[in-house]
Design a binder for this molecule. Structure first.
Ligand code: ADP
Length: 205
């Protein structure tokens, strides 16, 4: 089990959900630049690990095959990271809304996280066109040094994992918090829709 630590209040959180290449990171980073929001991408936390460490090599072992890293390991790492960022004062949960991208990725993770986060919105970046996703990832492989974007078969495997493991989260969370956005447009157009959803969430609080 994940170590619960001392008594805590659940963190007000916006989840960004979408297939690889749907633009979660792009939108999450923009939101994280707005005062009052703190963005955290699970994939970035994994990629910041030293690849020669045990944790880092576990990540590589799974991500290089397009597979999800085991849940217990992922959630403990996420929790440790969040606590670290709170301690350094980077993240102030009393004042800031947490914007999570790439976590949770399945029901088990969502359940493990439910004691820690209060999901005020689930922003679903909906992509109708798979070939567009693959094209975006291929382009990303050229300027970000990501092994998992460089191979077509790994990309396909990630899309399969997403379909089977992550999309059930749309049923796990209440439809009241769900906001759908068409991820096929340019980032600035997607951003407009995302902001509208976030503003609506905040005005209802
Ligand atoms: P993408 O959404 O394009 O796949 P990410 O950077 O979010 O990119 O994730 C890259 C890889 O990191 C995933 O394929 C997986 O191996 C691992 N990963 C990221 N987040 C999680 C998570 N919540 N649970 C398990 N594995 C994860």
């Amino acid at each position: 089990m994940v170590d619960m630590g001392e008594e805590h209040k659940r963190i007000r959180t916006i989840l960004v959900l979408g297939a690889p290449g749907s633009g979660k990171g792009t939108q999450g980073r923009i939101m994280g630049a707005i005062p009052g929001f703190f963005h955290l991408a699970c994939g970035d936390v994994f990629r910041s690990l030293d690849t020669t460490s045990e944790l880092g090599s576990t990540f590589l072992q799974y991500s290089s095959q397009g597979k999800l890293v085991p849940d217990q390991f992922t959630i403990q790492l996420w929790l440790d990271h969040i606590r670290g960022r709170e301690q350094t004062g980077d993240f102030r949960p009393d004042e800031e809304i947490l914007v999570l991208d790439g976590i949770p990725r399945n029901r088990a993770q969502a359940e493990m996280m439910s004691d820690y986060i209060d999901v005020i919105r689930l922003i679903f970046l909906e992509a109708a066109d798979q070939s567009q996703l693959v094209e975006r990832l291929r382009r990303r492989a050229l300027h970000e040094n990501r092994l998992d974007d460089a191979s077509e078969s790994v990309i396909r495997q990630r899309l399969l994992e997403y379909e089977s493991q992550t999309t059930p989260l749309l049923d796990y969370y209440s439809s009241d918090v769900l906001g759908r956005v068409d991820a096929g447009w340019q980032p600035i157009d997607v951003l407009r829709d995302v902001i509208e959803i976030v503003q609506e969430a905040l005005s209802g609080q």
